[in-house]
Design a binder for this molecule. Structure first.
Ligand code: NAD
Length: 321
């Protein structure tokens, strides 16, 4: 049985733990926070409830061990997933401790949203062992993961990382060159920056922006991405016509994408107040439960349509069952 060490078990680490466990891996979990074990159990409960509804042919769940010492957690592990807070000195120190105790042949993967693997490797004794495996929340349900090597990551680790990610039901995107924030978070940051401006300038509220996404282009994006959506928007002439029609708009003052609004106290309280009003008393757990139920319903629909992530899950079902 293959073994994974989960180092850092917050939102993301506990999601990774659930995904590996439900795919039959032994999980050795380490997080010094007293509340971590309870958070892990909550994540496992959610994953056990939902994952079998969208993934076919899951093996028997692997065993779970909670480890007090990081060194014990990484001992004998084939894959080590670091998901500690997004601060470079913390990550470098944790990676040094991991490499001091793990097998040199293990994959050492980081969940970092923004750091490049070369930054994580800067102080490392075995840089060739380190790769970024950046998932999306909830890790137990969403199949996509960005797999980012640096030029110092070995070819063998890259190949093993991709194969193992597929084995646990993920669709790894092998990112060719490292850049800060990889791919998805760069795209989302552009949108986030523009949304902050719209709120700061009093043009829109958090609820209005979310309505436009959830009732509009968000529905499109779950099944056609940016480029396929725009291809269709171009009519029968496709992308060529779309670029001819909307290309010039890029030089008009539609957006402020290159400027960052000052996230001062006034803007922060405006966003927080609007977001509180939007939540209307619903807790984060309730919103999370609603999100998971909706994601599962969407994934089932996409499976029935055999398209996008649904087509991926259908193919996976055939290879695993
Ligand atoms: N939240 C997201 O949507 C998201 C998505 C993808 C990637 N990420 C990345 O995943 C990583 C973790 O983010 P998160 O949202 O889970 O954060 P989080 O704050 O929920 O969890 C971090 C966990 O790390 C633990 N920790 C701190 N120091 C540690 C140490 N020395 N050893 C072991 N554990 C330690 C903390 O106790 C905490 O439980 C970050 O690098 C983040 O950029 C986050």
């Amino acid at each position: 049985m293959a073994t994974v060490a989960i180092i850092g078990g917050g939102v993301i680490g506990s999601g990774w733990a659930a995904r590996f466990l439900l795919n039959g891996w032994r999980v050795q979990f380490h997080d010094p926070a007293p509340a971590a074990e309870e958070a892990l159990q909550r994540s496992l409960d959610k994953a056990r409830r939902w994952v079998p509804e969208v993934y076919d042919g899951l093996p028997a769940e692997g065993p779970l061990e909670i480890m007090t010492r990081l060194e014990d957690a990484v001992a004998g592990a084939d894959w080590i997933q670091e998901s500690t807070p997004e601060r470079l000195p913390v990550k470098q120190a944790v990676l040094a401790a991991i490499q001091g105790a793990c097998s040199p042949s293990a994959v050492v993967a980081s969940s970092t949203s923004g750091f490049m693997p070369s930054e994580l490797q800067a102080e490392s004794v075995r840089p060739e062992q380190i790769v970024v495996a950046h998932p999306y929340n909830p890790v137990y349900l969403l199949p996509i993961v960005e797999c980012v090597p640096s030029v110092r990551t070995s070819a063998a680790i890259k190949a093993r990382a991709l194969a193992i990610l597929e084995q646990i039901g993920m669709k790894p995107v092998a990112v060719g060159a490292e850049v800060p924030a990889h791919i998805g978070d760069r795209l989302m940051e552009a949108l986030w920056r523009e949304a902050l401006w719209l709120i700061k300038d009093g043009v829109a509220t958090t609820a209005q922006i979310d309505d436009i996404m959830t009732h509009g282009f968000g529905l499109r994006w779950a099944q056609k991405g940016l480029f396929e959506t725009y291809r269709v928007a171009g009519g029968e002439a496709g992308m060529q016509h779309f670029l001819e029609q909307f290309g010039p708009c890029l030089s008009w003052p539609w957006t402020k994408l290159t400027d960052v609004p000052d996230l001062d106290d006034t803007l922060i309280s405006r966003i927080v107040d609007q977001s509180d009003a939007q939540a209307a008393g619903r807790s984060v757990s309730a919103l999370e439960a609603e999100r998971d139920a909706n994601l599962v319903a969407l994934l089932k629909t996409l499976r029935a349509q055999d398209t996008a992530a649904g087509a991926f899950l259908n193919r996976l079902g055939k290879t695993t069952s």
